[in-house]
Write a protein that binds this ligand. Structure first.
Ligand code: AMP
Ligand code: ZN
Length: 117
């Protein structure tokens, strides 16, 4: 855990969040500034800075995050309508919080995908 990390503090319940799902490896909570009716952040319960810091030792947590998306989508009621998962990495990726997190966004028809600039 990183004592200066806001998401580690959320994991430790040192700061409040609207938690929608939690298990041994993963937690998921509502984004403070939602961009759609459903906007949940799914994070590993271990401090991994970003995708560049995933390795053999911590990848079990990332695998559990992958498993959690369908649980969160069901809880949030978007499992049938669909959703988008976004993971920003580093400076050019626009990552603001330096704890690996995946945005699960849905509840409306989303706009164009940003694959090109
Ligand atoms: P990113 O730009 O991918 O690093 O996204 C960081 C996200 O974290 C933003 O969408 C913020 O709205 C969200 N965020 C920051 N602080 C909190 C918090 N305390 N609780 C919930 N979401 C947060
Ligand atoms: Zn952290």
């Amino acid at each position: 855990m990183d004592e200066n990390c806001i998401f580690c503090k959320i994991i430790n319940k040192e700061i409040p969040s609207t938690m929608v799902y939690e298990d041994e490896y993963v937690c998921a909570f509502k984004d403070l500034n939602p961009v759609a009716p459903v906007h949940v952040l799914v994070i590993p319960k271990i401090h991994i800075q970003d995708l560049e810091h995933v390795n053999e030792e911590n990848s079990i947590y990332v695998s559990k995050v992958q498993e959690a998306f369908k649980k969160v989508s069901e809880i949030m009621g978007v499992n049938e309508t669909g959703y988008r998962v976004i993971c920003n990495c580093g400076e050019d990726g626009g990552q603001e919080v330096k704890h690996l997190h995946y945005h699960l966004i849905g509840g409306k028809k989303l706009g164009a995908k940003i694959i090109h600039d």
